[in-house]
Design a protein around this ligand. Structure first.
Ligand code: CMP
Length: 452
């Protein structure tokens, strides 16, 4: 059994789609404007027959996704296929073009039957309906951006329908004998575009009743169709990068809020650069909204993936169990700071610690003058107050744009109960830092008070 989403099936579907599209372009031309095409299209006819027939056979061996379940039972698949697409596939695989090819070339009395036989090859166009199925399968697999997909399919159908309308215009008799077939087609297509888009320059006008009726029909459908397409196009283009347009919209509303409230220009600049950095590192900030919609097991897997960089950077996490990392990832809260931002001050109470994913921070005294240490990616801070339930022993200032993840005391304590080593590692480091600071303070005291 072939899986409906397997590479083989995807490739085959594309091949069938290419066959159907070629037939959609070539067969109407063959009937109404044969001179425009090369004389011998036998290879194409054989190709249609092979692709469309093999497709029928393959469809009997392709598993079906039914209500989210993969069904591989042969009987069910055959019955389902016979009930749905089989008739259409069979009609479009009929080799009427091939029969016509051999029959018409040997038979001098071509006449009307010749024409009817040729007309039946239009049945191949039924295959184009399969493109709807292909679109459904692309939608399911989320191939390409959804808006790009919509745009591609819309443009394709417009071009193909335009082609058919142009051939219809030729079929009802609008051909100039003094022009080549290609020139006639070009004019017909030009007429189609100007009529469909309701531009109607009036240089090509209907000359008889049938042409007038045809023009009216195309104008009426064209007006609706054009309005619908232009309206849709705007929304498709706006949504091509939905995250970016949402973000731009948010930025604009923040900007106008700040203007209305007369926020000082320098502060406005900082807010703007915060949002720009947020876009650069997170591509929008809606990941937590999206995560909240997921069931817990998926949420933890996605957040493990999103936090993979941080997990790799922090040496403390290297030996942690999978279960602990999952819990940790779910609890980590992203925070962004800009250069110069004070993340917290010495003496403040604090119940969370921070891990550095990007950027550097400086550990300073309350005045910010004395720098005890500079911490980089993969490091952490804020653990002393968290562990000892006391106030912050130092101030922390962002030296660059900083991408941090904070962890609450409650979660930390939960994790510490399960993973002794993790908590012990942090406690050890906290002690070392406290001792270092003590030494540092004493040294600077001695420096200012040499008599001691
Ligand atoms: P906490 O006291 O909660 O807040 C300030 C933080 O700075 C502290 O936790 C430590 O994480 C960190 N810190 C303090 N002293 C040092 C130091 N000497 N080296 C590195 N980090 C420090």
């Amino acid at each position: 059994m072939i899986h409906p989403d397997s590479m083989l099936r995807r490739f085959w579907d594309l091949l069938v789609a290419a066959g159907a599209i070629t037939a959609g372009v070539d067969i109407p031309l063959r009937i109404f404007l044969p001179d425009i095409l090369p004389e011998n299209l036998l290879n194409l006819d054989i190709l249609y027959l092979v692709i469309f027939s093999v497709d029928i056979v393959l469809n009997f061996f392709t598993a079906e996704v039914h209500e989210g379940k993969l069904i591989t039972e042969k009987g069910f698949i055959a019955k389902h296929y016979l009930r749905t697409w089989f008739t259409l596939d069979l009609l479009s695989a009929l080799p009427t073009d091939l029969i016509h090819h051999y029959w018409a070339s040997d038979n001098p009395a071509k006449g009307q039957i010749w024409q009817i036989l040729l007309l039946t090859s239009l049945l191949k166009l039924l295959r184009l309906l399969k493109l709807l199925r292909l679109k459904g399968s692309w939608d399911r697999q989320q191939l390409l951006n959804p808006s790009a997909r919509r745009l591609m399919f819309s443009l394709f159908w417009i071009a193909l329908i335009g082609h058919w309308i142009a051939i219809g215009w030729i079929a009802i008799g609008r051909q100039d004998a003094s022009l080549t077939s290609f020139e006639n087609y070009l004019r017909a297509f030009y007429w189609t575009v100007t009529t469909l888009t309701t531009i109607g320059y009036g240089d090509i006008t209907p000359q008889n009743n049938i042409e007038i009726i045809y023009t009216i029909a195309i104008m009426i459908t064209g007006a609706g169709f054009y309005g619908f397409f232009v309206g849709n196009l705007a929304s498709i283009l706006a949504n091509i990068d939905e995250a970016k347009s949402n973000f731009r919209w948010k930025l604009e509303s923040v900007e106008s809020f700040m203007k209305r409230n007369e926020v000082p220009v320098s502060l406005r600049k900082r807010v703007r650069s915060y949002y720009n950095y947020l876009w650069d590192v997170r591509k929008g900030n809606d990941q937590y909204k999206i995560l909240n919609d997921l069931p817990l097991h998926l949420r933890s897997e996605v957040s493990m993936f999103l936090n993979r960089d941080l997990l790799k950077k922090v040496p403390l996490f290297e030996h942690a169990s999978d279960e602990m990392l999952r819990e940790l990832c779910l609890a980590l809260h992203p925070e962004i700071f800009m250069p110069g931002d004070i993340i917290f001050r010495k003496g403040e109470s604090g119940s969370r610690m921070y891990f550095i994913s990007k950027g550097r921070v400086q550990v300073t005294d309350e005045s910010g003058q004395d720098i005890y240490a500079t911490l980089e990616e993969g490091s952490y801070f804020g653990e002393i107050a968290l562990l000892s339930h006391t106030v912050r022993t130092a101030s922390i200032r962002a030296a660059d744009f900083c991408d941090l993840y904070s962890l609450d005391r409650e979660v930390f304590e939960n994790i510490a109960l399960k993973d002794e080593d993790f908590a012990a590692g942090i406690r050890e480091e906290a002690q070392k830092r406290a001792i270092e600071n003590k030494k540092h303070r004493e040294a600077s005291k001695n420096l200012t008070n040499p008599d001691n």
